[in-house]
Design a protein around this ligand. Sequence first.
Ligand SMILES: Nc1ncnc2c1ncn2[C@@H]1O[C@H](COP(=O)(O)OP(=O)(O)OP(=O)(O)O)[C@@H](O)[C@H]1O
Ligand SMILES: [Mg+2]
Length: 293
Amino acid sequence: MDGPRRMRNLLNAGFLKRKGASETHPRGPRQARVVAVAAQKGGVGKTTTAVSLAAALASLHGQRVLIVDVDPQAHVHASLRAVSRPGSVTLSDVLLADQPRDLMDAVVPSGIEGLSLTPPDKALHEAEGRLAARVGREVILQAALDTARTWFDTIVLDCPPNLGTLTLNALLAADEVLVPCDMSLLALEGVADLLDTVHTVNTRLRHPLAVVGVVRTRVDGRNLKQNQAIEAALRDNFGDLLLSTSVPVNSALAQAQTEGRAIFDFSPRSKGAQAYARLADEWLSLSQAEAAS
Ligand SMILES: Nc1ncnc2c1ncn2[C@@H]1O[C@H](COP(=O)(O)OP(=O)(O)OP(=O)(O)O)[C@@H](O)[C@H]1O
Ligand SMILES: [Mg+2]
């Protein structure tokens, strides 16, 4: 290859790298608590819990909150019907960038005061496969959250219903994990698998991820016997990890998600809103108790 052509190629390669590079974001004054909402089983209420907890912290406690949608299904975006500009930087842009990239590039407002989110990102499906070949693939989100931690009080990571690379990225980026469990045997088994993964994260990957607890979701008061059996199994197996808040089946929660509105806006007096307000209180009091100990 002749000299000028080689030079041109090198310059082009440099230009392409710069195109994928982050803007530089200043650091803020906050220190976020990062919580992953994760469960292996699908449909147990992870997204409802992530969005409602985040909305409670922003709307009822005046926090600055970011929800990172780590699930290719992009249900966070649908749940809040946020407006995102076409061509916005997405989480998969951040995860797949050649150079370390700042997640702040992918933060957009939700329309709710204090609450931000990442744009819908169906390409995350593909990202999971492409990440498989990368060295250090599990810690990309952890590094990308560095600046965001200084701009938010809480960062909530909504995980997909499996324990793949995306969930592992979330667990390694988080300080703690909150596990929703509906009152079914399959969900119960899923909690055990997730806690095994947390143990691996703690011991083999040496990341100090704490378990906030297991929150019972979609509790149908009519299934008394089943509820008692699952609750007894949860207590036997996970003891102290069972949170006192439980979330009842409440049609307002499903309707709010369909309408793309947070429950505190859609139906602030509903049983669902009350339950998630209690969950936010319990979660905040657990962190205060930990800080005092
Ligand atoms: N407490 C509840 N009462 C009634 N409906 C609920 C409740 N919690 C969640 N739902 C509804 O159940 C469905 C599944 O909930 P959600 O999307 O939160 O689950 P998920 O665990 O995030 O699912 P996935 O595994 O697909 O990500 C949704 O239609 C949601 O509106
Ligand atoms: Mg979900």
